[in-house]
Design a protein around this ligand. Sequence first.
Ligand code: TRP
Length: 464
Amino acid sequence: MAGSAAQRGFWASRFGFILAAAGSAVGLGNIWKFPYVTGNNGGGLFVVIYLICVVAVGLPIMNAEILVGRTTARSPVPAFGELAGRRSPWVGTGWLGALAGFVILSFYSVVAGWAVYYAFVSITQGFGSGTAAELAQVKTLFAGLIKKPSLNLVLHGVFMTATVAVVIGGVQAGIERWSRILMPTLFTMLIGLAIYAMTLPGAGAALDFMFGLHTEQLQPAGFLEAMGQAFFSLSLGMGAMLTYGSYLPKDTSVFKSALYVAGLDTFVALISSVVIFPVTFSYGIEPSAGPGLVFQSLPMAFSQMPGGRVLASLFFSLLVFAALTSSISLLEVVASTFIDLYGWTRKQAVVLMGLVTFVVGVPSALSFSVPAFGERFKGLVGKSFFDSMDDLSANWMLPLGGLLIAVYVGFFMESSRRQKEFEEGTPPWAYPPWLALLRFISPIAVALVMLKSTGVLKLLGIAS
Ligand code: TRP
């Protein structure tokens, strides 16, 4: 049974929608991944390319997703069913999204579990006071954590349970209320940490690294990497924004909402870097430390700085909050698909899908400790189970989903309906540029990401 709009929850306000959607977008992708990818790509110029990707590719697709959601008031599968016809192959776009939700959440929860662990450690015991012996201990903390199978399963389970608990509460009572509390806390914490970071000796070098245009460091692959990061960070390509948009009242501007969400997401990515790079530059830590950038290097830095224990507790609590407001959007997409399609109760759908996602995530949680999912899996497939899930979703499912959404809304959606819906709440001048970007810029850029993944560009000698 397809739920009608009247049976569904609605956001209490546009502010509630923006907080929740920004909560989905702002997560580990901003705080953990963006600084690290920026570090690997030489800083400044990569940041500029990323910003262009957000505006030229991310924003048009986000508009398309929210528009389809608000228009149909359905989750992805029935949304495409309503627009294109139940038997249309476009419905597959919705299923791809729900599947991507499973895949992303299964490993996302593992990383979030590490954040839970670091929050717990920083609150209960801290990272010492910077003595050589303590620093040596802090340095091995991450390697020790990922090598413990049962601890990783417990942390993964704790985080999934928290996600399930929030999503069971439903759109308004659960997601919107939590986002209202968590998001402003997050922004306040980040700004405070950024102000602190500006007082560090490495602040100047960090700002130059991030915002100085070091053209000599431009790599051909930089544009494509920036593109993929924009997709992941903005929660695009799997119907998360579509689903949140389906709870958006008709009189709310799709365009303005998307602008706020993308703006907040970009702000958090940038300010996270403003927090992290001064720390790495001040304490002699490599900006390209990867997964260790947050989980290894920062605790070492916190250990050496005055007030470090309080700051570490704030930072890792904040990381858990950010991950939770993202994970609830992933589970919401999966659960609402089953609520809308099969008439399951919210509780049934959320608990069952949460359980399935936990099970699918078990090999990811064990990828660093059990050879069958780590080294031996790598021998067979080329990547650990954890890395395979990351690769499958980020390099294949999200770009494909985004491409399909852009092409459907740009070329196949009934044009009068598309225009009427877009202009509801939005000034008409915004329609032509949006449509042009959606038809011709977004799909081409996304196709480039996918061609890079298949190695076609490498064959043609276009990218390294
Ligand atoms: N955007 C989130 C982050 O940056 C992750 C995320 C949540 C996501 N929901 C998504 C990514 C949907 C892609 C699609 O951490």
